[in-house]
Write a protein that binds this ligand. Structure first.
Ligand SMILES: Cc1cc2nc3c(=O)[nH]c(=O)nc-3n(C[C@H](O)[C@H](O)[C@H](O)COP(=O)(O)O)c2cc1C
Length: 390
């Protein structure tokens, strides 16, 4: 079932030429021509098979974003190894050849529709809420704040993780490298390393979840060391034209209020990731809008990241108003915009904005009680039955 809203010229909202919309302007980046500045933000949909394979429905789901005009499609966080990386039941993996093969039709259908296919690689660390996991690991044995998220199949407090040993550090690093190689062989143009939103690599960056005293904890220059090592290891083992992005954020799914220690801490983080060889920096707006994503002096984090590294930067968080998204590009706060919930509600958002057509506003029930694709499909089916969004 395709849930792309069909085009209804009667509901057009006025036609602003795509040429005058900065967000729809093409750009040369990553050695390619991107048709516009729009990426689909990574969104976990807990819709894989029980053994972590990408399904036919997932193929159509991702294809719809590419067909709908997004220049870049970033997949949901995909787990990297069979040990302790998996965050959720029904989360897809790229931890073995079978899982990698299941992604081939997804990568191909994104590429066939002219978009860049990027797989987000994720290790959940202490925020794993998988039923029956043997082991939960983290930089340090610190109980996570908050409670597991029901929309992704969890409830109650998170488990107490065990602190990663030196052997664990090497194994997890190898897991990321092998996962990136499998993603490349499956047809992806690149990977995005998930170091945002409170998951394993963000747990290293964050002061209160990283209490290590082995050179990977303490000052921010040490806390960023492990995520930077992962970027460098993936970069070194990939061909030059393979994109190796990194995603960071201040806020976390279990702590919306966390902030980095000002501009100098931001600089240490961004510069270390750039020196490690990241192709781009994606600043997630977890739980807060792009406008709030700034540290001491109200300069957006994305603007800082661009200035400090010269890398392409993706802005994210509440940028579903095309005029606001245009402002971010026009004012050079970022090179690209990623849309999460707006893309989920309107997979052909770029085409519809280019044509001056109405978009479907995101509603929380689309991902509640479950964040699954099936739950969103059911929402659209109910709307169609009531003659809405036809
Ligand atoms: C259903 C859902 C699943 C998400 N899963 C991920 C994920 O797997 N990886 C990630 O980095 N961010 C994830 N996010 C965060 C989004 O990428 C994005 O940062 C957030 O929704 C804010 O952007 P928006 O205002 O455009 O929706 C998820 C968000 C939603 C709504």
């Amino acid at each position: 079932m395709s849930r792309i809203p069909t085009t209804d010229p009667k509901q057009a909202t006025g036609n602003m030429s795509s040429l005058s919309r900065p967000v729809l302007s093409p750009v040369e980046m990553f050695g390619r021509r991107l048709r516009n500045r729009l990426a689909v933000a990574p969104m976990t949909r807990v819709s894989a098979s029980g053994d972590g394979l990408a399904t036919d429905r997932m193929k159509d789901y991702y294809r719809d974003f590419a067909r709908g005009g997004f220049a870049i499609v970033i997949t949901e966080g995909t787990y990297t190894d069979k040990d302790a990386s998996q965050g959720y039941d029904r989360q897809p993996g790229i931890a073995d050849r079978r899982q990698a093969n299941s992604w081939k039709p997804v990568a191909n259908s994104i590429a066939d529709h002219g978009s860049l296919a990027i797989m987000q690689l994720m290790h959940a660390g202490a925020l794993s809420q998988r039923q029956g996991a043997d082991r939960v690991v983290a930089p340090s044995a610190v109980p996570p704040l908050g409670e597991m998220m029901p929309a992704y199949g969890g409830s109650g407090p998170y488990r107490l993780p065990s602190a990663m040993t030196t052997t664990d550090l090497a194994q997890v690093r190898k897991g990321f490298v092998a996962a990136a190689r499998r993603a490349r062989r499956a047809g992806f143009h690149g990977v995005e390393i998930h170091a945002a939103n409170g998951y394993l690599l963000d747990q290293f960056i964050t002061d209160y979840t990283n209490r290590r005293d082995d050179g990977y904890g303490g000052a921010v220059s040490a806390r960023i060391r492990y995520p930077a090592e992962i970027v460098a290891a993936v970069r070194d083992s990939s061909p030059d034209d393979f994109v190796v992005g990194i995603r960071v954020s201040e806020a976390k799914v279990n702590d919306f209020n966390y902030r980095w220690g000002g501009k100098s801490e931001a600089e240490t983080i961004f510069v270390a990731l750039a020196e490690a060889g990241a192709s781009y920096i994606h600043v997630a707006g977890e739980g807060r809008g792009f406008r709030e994503s700034s540290t001491d002096n109200r300069e957006p984090l994305t603007t800082m990241a661009r200035g400090m590294t010269g890398l392409p930067v993706i802005a994210n968080g509440g940028l579903h108003d095309p005029d606001l998204a245009d402002d971010v590009i026009r004012n050079e706060h970022a090179d690209l915009i990623s849309l999460g919930r707006a893309a989920l509600a309107t997979p052909n958002w770029p085409r519809r904005i280019a044509n001056g057509e109405r978009v479907v506003p995101f509603e929380n029930v689309m991902i509640s009680p479950s964040a699954s694709i099936q739950n969103t499909d059911a929402w659209f089916a109910r709307q169609l039955a009531h003659g809405m969004h036809a």
